[in-house]
Design a protein around this ligand. Structure first.
Ligand code: PMP
Length: 316
């Protein structure tokens, strides 16, 4: 095998035998142009004494969609990936903890070029680790519109979750932090608000919930779908998905980020403009956060179709 690729390989300034230049499976996907991933939460429900994967199947379907648009071919369907995840989660011996799930897929095999051809089989890995939910803890953040425009979704689809999209996210993140804010807000080429680096954004104005349309170049976020549905159906809010101008953020009554990791994260400042009292979450955001909490923690049984129960530990 090694002769086909020569005897040595250069790595991080060192020459080493080809056989020894291994990459741990956890880093292959991140290192590759042709890789897609997911971030999923599974929440412990004290009410039911059980762990539930939240919208696990929807996340697996988005992973498959991301791979499809990347011309990679997985050998597993969404149900098989859900079953594998449940088994993985069940192998944890700790109970009462929330667990994060990171499924990812990347081009199988050794590719000499980054132009991995159409139809390349996808390898899929799923990792899990503990995380701490911040729901209901009064957390807030500050935002800055970054000088890096959002990547053009005509150049790389924004609705799917591929690692290569996160280069733009990272630049915006560093830019926002350099200017003293926690998270960036990206504008697209038309100057419309899109999203943050790892979450979507919404604002509240006169009791209406407003969020950028997917067509403006936004990840097809599962939390966004969830919160829009909860806002409409359970809080009776009017919801608008449409182009949003940056000044609407400055003049909003409330602004928040939403995503698997961000959960519902109220913003108290955008580009130095205080939002609300400039210190704490507004009323509508609090109501949405509380509904989301009750949904993911299975306090209510109104959305059991979004919850995949994980059987008690089957440690392997
Ligand atoms: N936008 C970006 C760029 C993200 O990385 C994420 C996190 N996956 C989101 C939005 C929120 O998506 P979701 O609600 O599906 O986690």
């Amino acid at each position: 095998m090694s002769s086909e690729y020569g005897r040595l390989i250069w790595r991080n300034g060192t020459f080493m035998p080809w056989e020894e230049a291994t990459v741990h499976i956890s880093s292959v996907g991140h290192a590759s142009v042709s890789a897609a991933f997911e971030g999923v939460h599974s929440y412990w429900s004290a009410t039911r004494g059980a762990l539930h994967g939240f919208r696990l199947r929807d996340h697996m379907q988005r992973l498959l969609d991301s791979l499809r648009l990347s011309w990679l071919e997985p050998e597993f369907d969404a149900d098989e990936l859900v079953a594998a995840t449940v088994e993985l989660l069940a192998s944890w011996e700790t109970r009462g903890k929330d667990l994060y799930v990171r499924p990812w897929g990347f081009a199988r095999g050794t590719h000499r070029e980054q132009m991995v051809p159409r139809g390349t089989p996808a390898e899929i890995a799923i990792e899990t680790w503990e995380f701490e939910s911040k729901l209901g803890q009064g957390r807030t953040c500050t935002l800055a519109v970054t000088s890096w425009p959002r990547f053009n979704p005509g150049a790389s689809p924004a609705s799917i979750k591929v690692f290569s999209n996160y280069h733009n996210g990272r630049l915006g993140n560093i830019d926002a932090r350099a200017r003293g804010a926690d998270w960036p807000v990206f504008l697209n080429g038309a100057g419309h608000v899109t999203e943050s680096s790892g979450s979507c954004i919404a604002l509240v104005k006169r009791g209406r919930l407003i969020t950028p349309d997917l067509a403006d170049g936004v990840l097809d976020s599962i939390t966004r779908h969830t919160l829009l549905q909860l806002a409409r159906e359970e809080l009776g809010l009017e919801v608008e998905t449409r182009p949003v101008e940056r000044t609407e953020l400055y003049l909003a009554d409330e602004v928040f980020l939403m995503g698997t990791a961000a959960e519902v994260l109220p913003a108290v400042e955008v580009d130095g403009f205080p939002i609300g009292d400039g210190k704490s979450a507004g009323e509508v955001t609090q109501a949405i956060e509380s509904r989301y909490h009750d949904t993911v923690r299975a306090v209510t049984d109104a959305h059991d179709d979004w919850l995949t129960p994980v059987p008690a530990s089957r440690a392997r």
